[in-house]
Design a protein around this ligand. Structure first.
Ligand code: 5MM
Length: 340
């Protein structure tokens, strides 16, 4: 294992106050988002949209890496240039989502486990040849009546650790993404309690599998009340709860923490990240940045609408959200940055 190379990549992924653009929606998720806007759910439309994202002028000012999916890593621009070349030529690091999605967790109704470990070593080898330098695996933890179970937390933690060590052996930085979901009416305290338990299980398994923590990026949820909870804490309360929890749960040798957005509005996701970086300035052992999908892409997608005449305007929207989150990473985001 070339740990120096892996560590260098991990550091580059969170360097210069930049963050990650998650554009690794599976075909099913991408189609779902297209359907909601009346965009055709075809391979051509998905390709056109992804070309729009990666050809956004000057995106690398704010974005250090993009997460692709199996379909996208093999695609080319209309002129035949491979997406991977477009991304690397722009000075952006390409990565690949390698979990094969969530399936029902046997004999635990309502719970999920990510699959994709079978044949993973061979797939990683191919992705390295295609040009990927990091990978991503998401384990989903659902909060509900009587769930999550300890079994589900443990099984997802083990899968994340198995994946992470295979990535490092292949020379890739693993993004480790245990996502405690926002759906539900649970309180912020319940989210904190469960996310603590989940990260404890994840780091325990990473250690048992001898994963080098200086060569991973953690992609967690923020500590938030459920979307349907009647009490919604302030931006500052969320920032304090999230960072105080991370300081207790994440070893200092992890180079970066890049949040998922999880269904927050894009303004709140930026404001909360900003509050964390403002209130804990100079006190954090790791970089605290973003790896958003919906909270960075949604305005661009809504502007594009599948219409080629909207491409430039949609790219301006993506550029703007990337800029807002870059500012949030430095604690310099302000609501006045938002367009009316
Ligand atoms: C882009 O969505 C990613 C893959 O999801 P599916 O496999 O379900 O299509 C997802 O893992 C994403 O990278 C993270 O959840 C962050 O996305 P959000 O929207 O939460 O920022």
């Amino acid at each position: 294992m070339d740990i120096l190379k892996i560590t260098d990549t991990a550091k580059a992924m969170v360097a210069d106050n930049k963050g990650l653009l998650a554009m690794d929606e599976s075909t099913a998720s991408c189609n779902k988002r297209f359907a909601a806007l009346g965009i055709p759910q075809t391979e051509k439309a998905r390709r056109d949209y992804r070309e729009l994202l990666i050809t956004t002028p000057r995106l690398s000012q704010f974005i250090s890496g993009v997460i692709l999916c199996d379909e996208t890593i093999r695609q080319t621009k209309k002129d035949g240039t491979p997406f991977i070349k477009v991304i690397t030529d722009a000075g952006i690091i390409p990565g690949i989502k390698v979990d094969a999605g969530e399936v029902d967790f046997k004999s635990h109704p309502g719970e999920k486990i990510a699959e994709g470990l079978d044949g993973l070593a061979e797939r990683l080898e191919e992705y390295v040849k295609l040009g990927a330098r990091f990978a991503k695996w998401r384990g989903e933890i659902i909060i509900g009546k009587g769930i999550p179970s300890k079994d589900c937390i443990e099984a997802n933690a083990k899968a994340l650790a198995n994946y992470a060590i295979l990535c490092q052996e292949a020379g890739l930085v693993p993004i480790v993404e245990p996502e405690v979901m926002m759906e539900g009416d649970h309180t912020i305290d319940r989210c904190l309690e469960l996310t603590t338990e989940v990260l404890h299980a994840v780091f325990n398994q990473l250690n048992l599998h001898h994963v080098a923590l200086e060569g991973i990026i953690l992609k967690p949820n923020m500590i938030l009340p459920g979307l349907d909870c009647t009490i919604q804490e302030s931006i500052e309360e969320v920032a304090d709860a999230t960072v105080n929890f991370l300081l207790q749960s994440v070893p200092a040798n992890v180079p970066g923490i890049a949040f998922l957005s999880g269904g927050q509005s894009y303004q709140l996701a930026s404001a909360r990240l900003n509050a964390m970086n403002t209130r804990f300035k100079g006190k954090l052992p790791w970089a605290l940045t973003f790896s958003f999908s919906r909270a960075i892409q949604q305005p661009a997608l809504e502007t594009w609408q599948g219409n080629r005449y909207n491409v430039e305007e949609a790219q301006a929207e993506l550029f703007h959200r990337a800029k807002c989150n870059y500012a949030a990473r430095r604690g310099e985001y302000d609501a006045t940055m938002e367009r009316s």
